[in-house]
Design a binder for this molecule. Structure first.
Ligand SMILES: NC(=O)c1ccc[n+]([C@@H]2O[C@H](COP(=O)([O-])OP(=O)(O)OC[C@H]3O[C@@H](n4cnc5c(N)ncnc54)[C@H](O)[C@@H]3O)[C@@H](O)[C@H]2O)c1
Length: 285
């Protein structure tokens, strides 16, 4: 790994966003450019990353990176260091959701979600720590989900992958503290359903009803929560906070929590139908 030196300490350094070709990642990349970072937008779909970077202008660059491949993730780390000399922020945002009970999914589908959502987050976090440690520190932001906090019918493997991402992030934060590393932070953001391409094609899918059971968030709202976390790192931020509290309550009392799930799913299906009937993504508010 190349470690360029000699940069002014307070100048914003580089930032990497995974899965930045569309949806939330694209929005977060825009936020980081606006904050003065040189941003490397990465995505498995290199064309979408390049289009997003072009839209964001000169401070943004693109690289095709599949987060499942550690070598590609390390190449992103080195490219970001070459761009800016130092890495301030790394956002592990890339994610995939395939709905349905685990027993209806083949092994490749289950493996895909675990490898992208959990292993991809691990690869990115390790690469970021490698670049930040002894080089000015930095901040890793991991995009998890409320599905990382509690049970989600119709999204069991996705929830497993997000629980893994959260457990890994908090445990790695603990490892950093035990190792005496104080200048690297890891913050997890756990949003409710967001109106992005991930959900656009799921309006007719009753198995994804729980993603629609709250008020659908906009990517802008979630990017704004990421902005607050960048200003004030926090181990876990639920968006909205009350749904996070409800998820944790359901997890603390799983019998009651599981009993409430059919009611939540019924509400989610009502919201899906309202959006389909022309109510727009805010139909659940
Ligand atoms: N949309 C929601 O309701 C919701 C809710 C909570 C959390 N999240 C999380 O937010 C993050 C962003 O999701 P989104 O809603 O913008 O989804 P999206 O599907 O619109 O975007 C995901 C991006 O990740 C990229 N990607 C997928 N697999 C990849 C891989 N192997 N390597 C690199 N890039 C890959 C895709 O090409 C895409 O650009 C994800 O981690 C998702 O799990 C989404």
């Amino acid at each position: 790994m190349r470690r360029p030196t000699g940069r002014a300490a307070r100048e914003p350094g580089g930032a990497v966003v995974t899965g930045a070709g569309r949806g939330l990642g694209r929005r977060i990349a825009g936020l980081l450019v606006a904050r003065g970072h040189r941003v490397l937008l990465t995505d498995r779909d290199g064309d979408s990353a390049r289009a997003a970077a072009e839209e964001l202008g000169g401070a943004a660059t693109a690289l095709a990176v599949d987060v499942r491949d550690q070598g590609q993730v390390e190449a992103a780390r080195d490219a970001a260091l070459d761009l800016a000399g130092r890495l301030d922020v790394w956002v592990n945002n890339a994610g995939v959701l395939v709905t349905g009970p685990a027993w209806e999914q083949d092994e490749a589908t289950r493996r895909l979600m675990i490898e992208v959502n959990a292993c991809g987050t691990i690869n990115g976090t390790v690469a970021a720590i490698d670049a930040m440690r002894g080089n000015g520190g930095g901040h890793v932001v991991n995009v998890v989900s409320l599905a990382g906090l509690t049970a989600v019918a119709g999204e069991a493997v996705y929830a497993a992958s997000k629980h893994a991402a959260l457990g890994f992030s908090l445990s790695t934060m603990a490892d950093l503290r035990v190792a005496g590393v104080r200048d690297i932070r890891i913050s997890c953001v756990c949003p409710d359903g967001i109106w992005t391409p991930m959900l656009h094609d799921k309006l007719r899918d009753p198995r994804s009803a729980l993603s629609f059971s709250g008020r659908l968030l906009t990517p802008e709202e979630v990017a704004d929560a990421v902005r607050r976390v960048l200003d004030r790192p926090r181990p876990v931020t639920s968006i909205p906070r009350w749904r996070g509290a409800l998820s944790r309550l359901a997890d603390a009392a799983p019998t009651a929590g599981l009993a409430a799930i059919p009611l939540m799913a019924a509400r989610g299906r009502r919201v899906q139908r309202k959006i389909l009937a022309g109510g727009g993504p805010r139909a659940g508010k």
